[in-house]
Design a protein around this ligand. Structure first.
Ligand code: HEM
Length: 424
């Protein structure tokens, strides 16, 4: 319960009490061995993927993302599917900076004002991933689609996701019956959305690229058949993660005027006149995003399920355990980061960190395939906002750090900023 309600403070308390490797017994997941020492993290990321299986560790997601989802595959099937999806995501143009900047501007009040940030980014992230993966920016279409998606990933259903017995269908009165109905409703709206979106194909659309790779034209696609698990996987992977990451980034920028000042007036500053392409290429904005993902990573752990006995820090870890590099604990390690609790993007300009010291996107053969896309989008969104407005916390209460778990991500609790338009 603590891990769900107070994710980061709780992990930190456990580390102080038990050291850099400790086991949490979580009802739905079993024994989870949390690892906070980069040397152990490195050994997990270097493990033979068949000895530390990620697909099996993610098995709870199967009813939502489907049995063919990259998240739940292992072995050869995973390697093949990953290569296919990766090339659809990374082919250039990776993002369409003009479209990202336009969608961002559309969500902002022209004359400024007080804005609640987590809701703002929740919706913007849906529009961004809908545009990128399905190729549509029709808000009505996306509202219906995401209402259904969040119907299965959201509060009641995530209970079902965590307690597989609740997913089983046992007559109309059972939670499983309603869970399966929601999945069917999601699939049908996905098909409708694909058909409508395909009427106006866009070159940066990942769905269209996946269809082309299989020799099909997106405009001829008559639904989500054959693409269902891939599309749901990409959308689910890039929705809450990007929303939470943007929320944290703006939280830190609003609290740290010096950083906003450098975003605008630094060497590669992004004032009102900067183009979205310039923002997507800015080195300082990149450091700002990296630092936000360091100090408040949006995913707290990644997991590998052991199929062979392993020894970590002298402890024998039995087969079937989850080995979980704890991103937050490593990112706040004073042995790696000086003043780890201070938001200081410059640390990413001054030096490099090893993949076992900095891994907001996980690592090894399962590292996030949307990382470059996510960072490019974050830079363009932040640059568009900070270039147009001075951003300050709306009140003292909006400066305090509160964590809120949203499905698999950790987001800030609701907070507001005051946006004051910059003079042209
Ligand atoms: C700031 C935003 C994001 C963060 C922090 C993030 C983080 C992560 C993490 C921690 C993992 C697990 C890696 C591991 O097990 O080692 C992951 C996997 C994945 N992510 Fe992301 N992600 C983000 C955005 C995206 C986006 C935008 C997409 C695609 C559109 C995406 C697609 C995926 C996929 C498909 C996987 C599974 C990879 C595999 O199992 O081989 N992510 N992500």
């Amino acid at each position: 319960m603590n891990w769900t309600l107070r994710p980061y403070p709780y992990l930190y308390e456990c580390q102080r009490r038990y050291g850099d490797a400790f086991t949490l017994r979580l009802h739905a997941l079993g024994d989870v061995v949390m690892l906070a020492d980069p040397r152990d993290v490195e050994s997990v990321f270097r493990m033979d993927p068949d000895h530390g299986r990620t697909g099996e560790a993610n098995a709870l997601m199967t009813p939502i993302v489907g049995a063919d989802s990259l998240f739940v595959l292992d072995g050869e099937q995973h390697r093949r599917r990953r290569a296919e999806m990766r090339s659809s995501l990374t082919t250039r143009p990776r993002i369409d900076p003009q479209a990202v900047a336009r969608l961002t501007r559309e969500e902002l009040p022209e004359d400024g004002g007080v804005v609640e940030v987590t809701e703002l980014f929740r919706w913007l992230a849906m529009r961004l991933i809908g545009y990128r993966v399905l190729g549509t920016d029709d808000p009505d279409l996306l509202r219906v689609f995401f209402a259904r998606l969040h119907g299965v990933t959201g509060s009641l259903s995530s209970l079902a996701a965590f307690f597989p017995v609740l997913q089983r269908e046992r007559g109309v009165a059972s939670p499983g019956y309603w869970f399966q109905r929601r999945i069917a409703a999601l699939d049908s709206v996905l098909s409708e959305t694909v058909v409508k979106a395909a009427q106006e194909p866009r070159t940066s659309c990942v769905g269209a690229r996946m269809a082309a790779a299989r020799g099909e034209a997106w405009s001829d696609v008559r639904g989500a058949d054959g693409f269902r698990d891939d599309l749901i996987t990409l959308i689910a992977a890039g929705d809450d993660t990007v929303a939470s990451a943007l929320s944290w980034a703006l939280f830190w920028v609003a609290r740290t005027p010096r950083v906003a000042e450098r975003i605008i007036n630094g060497d590669d500053g992004v004032d009102r006149g900067a183009t979205p392409e310039h923002m997507a290429g800015s080195g300082y904005l990149e450091a700002v995003c990296a630092e936000a993902l360091r100090i408040t990573p949006v995913v707290d752990i990644v997991s590998r399920k052991t199929t062979v006995p392993v020894t970590i820090q002298g402890f024998d870890i039995p087969v079937g355990s989850l080995l979980s590099p704890a991103i937050y604990l490593v990112h706040r390690r004073p042995q790696v980061y000086d003043t780890p609790d201070v938001f200081r993007p410059e640390r990413f300009l001054e030096g490099k960190f090893r993949p076992s010291e900095y891994f907001p996107f996980g690592g090894g053969s399962r590292r996030c395939i949307g990382a470059a896309l996510a960072i490019a989008e974050m830079k363009t969104v932040l640059g568009t906002i900070v270039g147009r407005y001075e951003v300050r916390p709306a009140s003292i209460a909006d400066t305090s750090i509160r964590y809120s778990r949203r499905n698999v991500t950790v987001s800030p609790g609701k907070f507001r900023v005051q946006l004051t338009p910059r003079r042209p």
